[in-house]
Design a protein around this ligand. Structure first.
Ligand code: NAD
Length: 262
């Protein structure tokens, strides 16, 4: 696994769920970490302190809103000023709305495209010059199984995630000779607080037990019948940052229990 002392990683949307798991993995690997995302200020400071103690690097927080290109640009430039480089960029921030296309609220469409897709363009646009200067970089886009296949009622999310996979391939080609790789990780269902919260309501609505909801609804397409864990995703991200992964670029890597193999 990668040892990342002296390297600096930005993880967007890392105050919760997968992003927090990835940030924890980078802190354990001794990187400097820039946390980002929304939430209670005291809780975020608690997370920052915990990760800072874990890492032999430094962990800071930047509250840039991923719908605002100027704030995204500032996140990258402030990171470079603070640590001298931006070595690892993880585009993870994401939101979801489930609705038939004819009822899909326009403002939610725009927000999902902005946060889940456009923000990854704005961060990469700002970070690539720093990576080129250093002659090394890793861009990791947290897409989804929904970057490879569709499900109904998730038009904005599936569109954004497919877009991220396309951008991943394009950027990978552009920076291939610069020591920079750009890959997407495509997780299946991960039991983050966001997903966990839906289980009791779904059980009630469908007259099922919570275990039945997990197996027959959430894990219906996941052949292993196991949720992906944030620790597994952190392990994959650290592998992509390691030297042995220097020839892995432009890949959309499913971590989905076989979902997209079927
Ligand atoms: P989560 O809700 O637990 O975390 C989302 C993070 O994004 C939070 O830190 C939140 O504060 C942040 N965020 C939201 N809007 C933001 C904004 N405007 N600016 C900055 N940060 C913002 O969700 P999660 O389940 O951990 O998902 C993380 C990523 O993984 C998303 O891109 C999601 O699409 C993807 N993903 C999740 C699953 C899953 O099953 N949970 C599966 C596949 C892919």
């Amino acid at each position: 696994m990668a040892e990342l002392s002296g390297k600096t990683a930005i993880v967007t949307g890392s105050t919760s769920g997968i992003g927090l798991g990835l940030a924890t993995g980078f802190a354990e690997a001794a990187a400097n970490v820039v946390l980002n995302g929304f939430g209670d200020a005291a809780e975020i400071e608690g997370i920052r302190q915990e990760l800072d103690q874990m890492s032999s690097g430094h962990v800071i927080y930047n509250g840039a809103d991923m719908t605002k290109p100027d704030e995204i640009e500032a996140l990258v430039q402030d990171t470079a000023k603070e640590f001298g480089s931006v070595d690892i960029l993880v585009n993870n921030a994401g939101v979801q709305t489930v609705s038939p296309v004819e009822d899909f609220p326009r403002d939610r469409w725009d927000m999902i495209i902005d946060i889940n897709m456009n923000s990854a363009f704005h961060t990469a646009r700002a970070a690539v010059p720093h990576m080129k200067k250093a002659g090394w970089g890793r861009i990791i886009n947290i897409a989804s199984a929904h970057g490879l296949v569709a499900s109904p009622f998730k038009s904005a999310y599936v569109t954004a995630k497919h877009g991220v996979v396309g951008m991943t391939k394009t950027v990978a080609l552009e920076v291939a000779e610069e020591g920079i790789t750009c890959n997407a990780i495509c997780p299946g269902y991960v039991l983050t607080p966001l997903v966990e919260k839906q289980i009791p309501d779904t059980a009630k609505a469908r007259g099922m037990t919570e275990d039945e909801v997990k197996r027959d609804v959430l894990l219906a397409a996941q052949w292993t019948k196991k949720f992906v864990t944030v620790e597994q995703l952190a392990g994959v991200a650290l592998f992509l940052c390691s030297d042995v992964a220097e020839n892995i670029t432009g890949v959309a890597l499913p971590v989905d229990g076989g979902w997209t193999a079927a």
